[in-house]
Design a protein around this ligand. Sequence first.
Ligand SMILES: *Cc1c(COP(=O)(O)O)cnc(C)c1O
Length: 853
Amino acid sequence: MKAIRRFTVRPVLPDTLRPLSDLARNLRWSWHEPTRELFRSVDPDGWKAAESDPVRLLGSVTAARLTELAADEDFLAALAAAADDLDRYLREPRWYQAQHSERLPAAVAYFSPEFGVTAALPQYSGGLGILAGDHLKAASDLGVPLTGVGLLYRHGYFRQSLSRDGWQQEHYPVLDPGELPVTLLREHDGSPARVTLALPGGRRLHAHIWVAQVGRVPLLMLDSDVEENGPAERDVTDRLYGGGSEHRLLQEMLLGIGGVRAVRAYARLTDGPEPEVFHTNEGHAGFLGLERIRELMGSGLDFDGSLESVRAGTVFTTHTPVPAGIDRFDRELVARHFGEDGELPGVDVTRVLALGRETYPGGDQGVFNMAVMGLRLAQRANGVSTLHGAVSREMFSGLWPGFDAQEAPITSITNGVHAPTWVAPELAALCGRATDVPDRELWDLRRTLREQLVGDVRERLRASWRQRGAGSAELGWIDSVLDPDVLTIGFARRVPSYKRLTLMLRDKPRLTSLLLDPERPVQIVVAGKAHPADDGGKRLVQELVRFADDPKVRHRIVFLPDYGMGMARRLYPGCDVWLNNPLRPLEACGTSGMKAALNGGLNLSVLDGWWDEWFEPDFGWAIPTADGAAALDEERRDDLEAHALYELVEKRVAPRFYDRGADGVPSRWTEMVRRTLTDLGPKVLADRMVREYVERLYAPAAEAARALVPGAARELAAWKAEVRAAWPQVTVDHVEFGEDLGEAELGATLLVRVRVALGTLRPDDVEVQAVAGRVDPDDTLTGARVSVLKPTGTPDLEGRRLYEGPLVLDRTGPFGCTVRALPSHPLLPTPTDLGLTALPSEAKGEGAGVLMR
Ligand SMILES: *Cc1c(COP(=O)(O)O)cnc(C)c1O
C-alpha cells in the first residue's frame, strides 16, 4: 500500500537533551569532528543507518535510549561542552572582525544554483556546488558576514545506480524539508515568509524560504513547492539541472530575482545588515542584477544610473570554458518573461535583452547568454585558476573589442577546499606535526586510510551488486576486492566528455597488465555520474563498468555508483594517487585533487586548472599533453596522452610506491606525501581563497558601491553616454619617439610625444598611454608595460593636445611600443570598462574601438 500523505513526526527530546536539537540544526556538525562524535555516541548503529545525518538520527532514536542519555552524566557533560563550543564559535570575533577595516562590506550575498554543504542536504551535482559549500564554510570560519542564496530542489540532483549491464539508472527520491536540516523563514506573525514573481499571462510564482544554518552563515533556499502555486509553478524547483529551457529560465529567475527578495526579507526579519556586495557563482543567478536595477529605479534613478550602481557592488565568477556549462536562452523566451506582462515591469525589455547579447564576432544574435550578462552586470569578474583566468580573458575578449585579450578585466582567484570537511580525522590529528612525524608513522597512517577505503568499497560494491540483481551466493568474491597494501589510484568526478572518464581504457591489455602486475600491482577506484540527458556520458560509464565487471580484473578495478560527498570523504584519504586527465585547458580548476592532496594523496594529472599552477615534482606527476598536429586529431591525442599515463604509472609511480627500505617503508614516497601535506596543503585551502575574495574583490566592490551614491551613479552614467557619443572624434597621431629607434641601447630613455584630438571631450576625460614591451615577429606586443603620458601646453590650431612622457628601454632584444587614448574617470574600475580605445592611425589591426553595450 502507498501512503497518500507523508509528514514528519519530530522527536520530543527531554529538556536536558534539547541542545542536541540545536547542534543538529547547525550544519557546523558536518565539519566539526567532536560534534559528530557526540552524535555517534547517541547511537552508533543508528548513526551509521542515518548516514551520519543528525536530524535523521534524532528522528530514529528510541525513547528508551533518550531517557538513558538524559541520565548519563558523561554524555550530558559532553553535550554541554559541544553546545558551549558552538555558541562560542558563533559569537567570538574571528579573522574578519580582526581586520578593523572600514573598507570591508557590512555583508555579502553569495548566489549559486547549487550548494554542496553535506551529504545530508543533497543540493549539488558536482564541483560547482561543493565549491559553493566550501565557500560558505570558510566564510563562516573566518567570520565573513556572508549569506548564501540558492534553491531547494525537492529531488536534489539524482541518485545513481546501475542496471545489470552497467547502464546508469537515475532515481529522484523526494526530499521532505521536514527531514532536512533546514527551518522555514517566517514573518513576525508566524506565517511563512514568501517571495512572488509575476509570470506571463498573469500567472504567479510563489516560493517559501528555507534557511540552512552553515556555522555563522545562513543559506537561504527558495522552494516553489507550495500550495499557493499552480501545478506547473510548484515544479519549478523540482530538480537541479533538469527540464527544458523554459524550466531553467524560471529556476534562474527565481534564483536571481526571487533570491534578492529573499535576502531583503531575511534582513528585515532578522534585523540583519543589507548586503553591500552581491557575488554570483557562475551566470545562473545573473538576474539578481536586474532585480537590483529595478529596486534602484523604484527610488528614482534611471536605468543607466542604476546599472552603474549595481555593477559597482557585483562580483561575477565564471567557472567553465565549456560551452555546455554556460546557459544560453532563446531571446524570445527571455523577452516573453520580462517587461510589462512579466517580471520587472518598468525595466525596459530591450535593455534587458542587450545585456545578454553576444555582440562579438561569431556570437549568435538569437541567444541570451547568461555569462555575458554576468560580465556586463559586474564591475569585477574572475576565473578560478591562473590558467582559467587567461582562458576566460581570451574567451570573452570580444566584449572589449579595442583591447588585447590579456587586458580583458577578468582576474583569477584559484579555488580552494575546506580542510575540516575534507581531511580525514586521523590525519587532522597530525595537524601541524607533518614535518616531524617519523616516516613509519606517516606510512602506517596512509595504510590505515587505504584499509578503511577498501572496507568501504566492498560494502558499496556489495550493495550495488545486490541492486543489480545478484544473490548473496554469487558475491563471495567481493570479500577480496582491493587489497590494503596495493597502490591505489582514485578517479571520481562528473562525466562530461572533457573529463575523459575512459581515457584509462584506451589500451585495455596495457591497463590489465598494470592492474595484474605480479610485483607492482595497481588498483583503481572509479566513480562518477553522467548528466541524465547525456547518453554519451552514460555510454562511458557503461564501458567502464563492463571492464570492471570482468572476473579477470574485478578485484583490482571497481566502479562505485552514486558518487557524492559521503563517498568522497572516504575516497580522497584512502587513495595514494589521484588521477585527473581532462582535455587541457577545459578543467577550469578542479578541486578533487586538492582534497586528495590535503590527505597526503599524490596527484597524477594533466597540467590543467590548479595543477598547472602548483605542480611540483614533490607533489606528484604531470601527464604530458599532446601538442602540435597531434593535439588536433582527437584519436591520436587520446592515444598519446593515454600512453603517457601508462608509462608514468609503470615507470615512475609504481616503482616509487613499491621501493621499500629495510623497514618496509617507501621513504621517497613518504617524503612526497610529507611535502604535499606541508608545502602544497596550505595553498589549496578555501580559507586562503575566501580571504582573497574579501581582499581583492569584496572590499573594492564595497568601496565602489559606496562611492556610487545615486548622484554619482547618475553622473557616471551621463559621463559614459557623453564619452561614447564623442569617442569617434578622438584621434591619436603624430607619434614621435625622440630618437632613432633602430639605434636604441639598453637603459636609454626616450621622450614619447603624441598629438591627441579630443573632439568635445575635456583632457581629464582621457588618459593617454605609452605601451611598450617585447614584440614577436608579427609586431604583436607581449608582456607590455603601460606608462601614462602627461598633457603639456595648449591645444594646437586644430584643437589637438600634446602629450608626452619618458619611456625607459629596460630590456634587450626586439622591443616595440605604441600609444593609445582611453576614457578616464575616477569611478571606473579599469580603463577597459567602456571597451573604448583610440590607437594611432598607423597602428595595425583595429583602429578606434567599438562601443561595449
Ligand atoms: C570535489 C568534488 C567534486 C569536484 O571534483 P573535480 O575535481 O572538480 O571534478 C565533484 N563531486 C564531489 C562529490 C566532490 O567532492
